[in-house]
Write a protein that binds this ligand. Sequence first.
Ligand SMILES: C[S@@+](CC[C@H](N)C(=O)[O-])C[C@H]1O[C@@H](n2cnc3c(N)ncnc32)[C@H](O)[C@@H]1O
Length: 261
Amino acid sequence: MIDYDLELQHHNDVLRRACAIRASDRVLDVGCGTGQTAREAARLATSGSVLGIDRSNEMIERARALAGEAELSNVEYVCADAEGHLLSRESFDVAISRFGTMFFGHPVAAFSNIRNALRPDGRLVMMVWQSRDRNEWATSIERVFTSDEAGSTNAGAVPQAFSLGDPDVVKRLLDSAGFVAPSFDEVNAPVFYGRDVDSAFEFVSAFSTVQEKVARLDVQQCTRAFDRLRQLLAEHQRGDGVWFESRAWIVAARRNPSMRS
Ligand SMILES: C[S@@+](CC[C@H](N)C(=O)[O-])C[C@H]1O[C@@H](n2cnc3c(N)ncnc32)[C@H](O)[C@@H]1O
């Protein structure tokens, strides 16, 4: 079965290197989902600890189960919204996130909350998508559902997925939230959608954005859109599976030490 961890296998390697977790680090994983990045951080922070937070209880339950299976004793999870949850002050050396920080309704509040939770010399390392037009996985799937009467946009991804794609916007946001020295490293890596067209079709057609779109189509529109989707996936089949181009940023910044919690 394909899952998000398999989809992001190349991205994950790049992010792990960028996070450079040290043995003694206390790590906060924001929007941790089912917890792959938190588990990996826990393995590196041998004398430290990891707290993963996510607003989805389902994700947190799964993350706890996977950490239990991996017999990790230095990782904990809390179901909480990063915007409102009171994180303990100045407790973490590093806040990390793999595509978990783009969906905040009030980003300055959320990033300020994260900044407060960092020690004065703490750092933030997050992976975010670049703009939609630079992400083939989003634009090409969207075209499948917009090339005839199928109508509206956003079948490929929710718009918020690209909310941190513009470095100028992110710089202003981080500055307002009390971070300094932001840097942006480009990640040009493909996403994996399946070993073959059938498994990729199963994976992509389960995207919530695709399902929402399909629910508004009549039977004929739906048949045509799914034919186009299969054709698109076949065009992206390589020897080792179905891959789509993507562009992300690794954004790193430091807590502004002169800003009080
Ligand atoms: C694209 S998923 C990434 C999950 C995980 N980081 C990964 O890479 O597998 C985004 C996650 O962010 C979580 N999320 C979005 N907004 C959040 C918020 N305000 N507070 C906490 N979690 C949030 C979602 O519930 C979701 O699990």
